[in-house]
Design a protein. Sequence first.
Length: 253
Amino acid sequence: MKNIKLKQAIYGFIGVLVIIFLWSLISFFINDISFVPSPTETVRRFPRLLLEPSFYLDIWMTLERTLLGLFIGLSLGVFIGVIVGTYRRIYQGAQFSIDFFRSIPSSALFPIFIIFFGLGDLTKILITAWASSLVVLFNTVYGIRSLSQEKINLIKTYKLPFWRALRSITLPNALPYIAIGLRQGLSFGLIVEIVAEMFLGSNSGLGHRIYDSSSILQMDEAFASIVTIGLIGYFLNKLIIVAQKKIIHWKTI
């Protein structure tokens, strides 16, 4: 186990070095900080950013809207996914709708959300919720539908009521899939949130900071903000993995 973790750490470190090398190479050939700052120039920007209270506010606002949207998306995705996955006729009828909406980029729906909810934080939260809910919904349905024939026979043999079967058999079987959907939903939700902050007239958030700094060619700050977003996504994803290992310690069949 220790050797596996050590190898994973080494491979991860090599991956980071490759990214830094390619980034440095691109920066060297372009040779203009106004467009692509080097990794060193980006790192140098961090001490100044860390002294700005507005930087922490932007991180907090992005986190708050993303996590609120993710919570709403997770709740809706699991609720609808359980219903769709449990009942065969609903599943057959909903297949087209799920695939149809899953194929539409969330950013393409910005005008519709703006019409109904305006340009405030609510719109950004709901767009994030929409993006994450579709991923969670799909994985929940897949988890419910992957129930083995042995477990289906067990439910039929003992004539378990819907809620008891859901609590003791169906939902535990689907939880590993839901956890995967949650991680994917987090990534999609964070991406959509950043895009919404950049283009929907936000006054706060890391997306807003990237847009503002890019517009005045402060690319070192823009790249530092991008790196910050990557780190936030990485640590949130790791947090979900740790929670998944603690809570969901079984494998489905």
